[in-house]
Ligand binder design. Sequence first.
Ligand code: HSE
Length: 340
Amino acid sequence: MDIVIVGFGTVGQGVAEALSRKAPTLQSAFKEKLRVVGVFDSKSYDVSPKGLDPREVAGRKQKLGRVGPELNGKGVLEILEEVDYDVMVEVTPTNIKDSEPGFSNMMFALSSGRDVVTANKGPLALKFKELSRTAEKNGGRLRFEASVGGATPVINLSREILMGERILSIRGIVNGTCNFILNRMKDEGLPFDQALREAQEMGYAERDPSYDIDGIDSAAKAAILANAIFRRDVTFHDVRRTGIRGVSLEAVELAAEERKVVRLIAEVSESRLEVSPRLVPIGHPLAIGGTLNIFQLMTDLAGDITVAGHGAGKMETASAILSDIVALLKEDCASRKKEA
Ligand code: HSE
């Protein structure tokens, strides 16, 4: 399996490291060579049909600020035309306004029957149908576990392991920054602004923190869950959205007197699509603290299933990307066996 990594910020570098660490085990399990044949950041690139050493490329990026020769006005896709690869790992930054450059990158790969594995929320929350139709039409596979919940395996759990279930609804906390802020307000009596500053210092918040606190990031994730799990055809704009900007310290303290916490909850079902602050009793799974993400799935046979984990972070997001790569390897291995 020949992989190109498009986007080489924190997540891309995490993927490079995860691949270096896990390739030997995966190669022997699936009897297939796993090679990174191209790496692109916004200014530079490195390609090799024989395979690059992903750790070495990450080291170069950290030392020099680029992965190889400058693009020099050439587009990433222009260079990719000449590269032979099977899977594009698309991890350029999320753009919730027009979904670029992620959307064009993904369409380029899917249109030629390649597989795409991504953490990029923008294209999935704005143009899911176009992407999945293009994948289907050309025989490519689109996987995006890392786009919602970071390392928490909610998408593949719902679509694959729980395929026999009817999932009635999903409620969850999908933004660690908001959870951190609400928690600090309650535990330390901090005003909203100060708690937000702390969250930014921790490096967990989006570049533009309004994405977190106005519920934009959560709404994008809710739209992805609706499309992927409930087979709806929605965009991020269809989500009823209230963020946490209006949650006062008084409201948090009042809730605490009633043994409740305020949480920014995303709720998705066949008929609901909403992100809003809600009161949750202390002790309830959704009252989880820290920066964790959590999902409570209501199903027809299994009842409630709850999964929690790290919603962001370099290696955590890389873990979800790797789980999608493993799923592709598994499918390829199964079809090779069928053909034999
Ligand atoms: N800013 C996001 C969060 C990062 O706080 O959860 C993951 O999308």
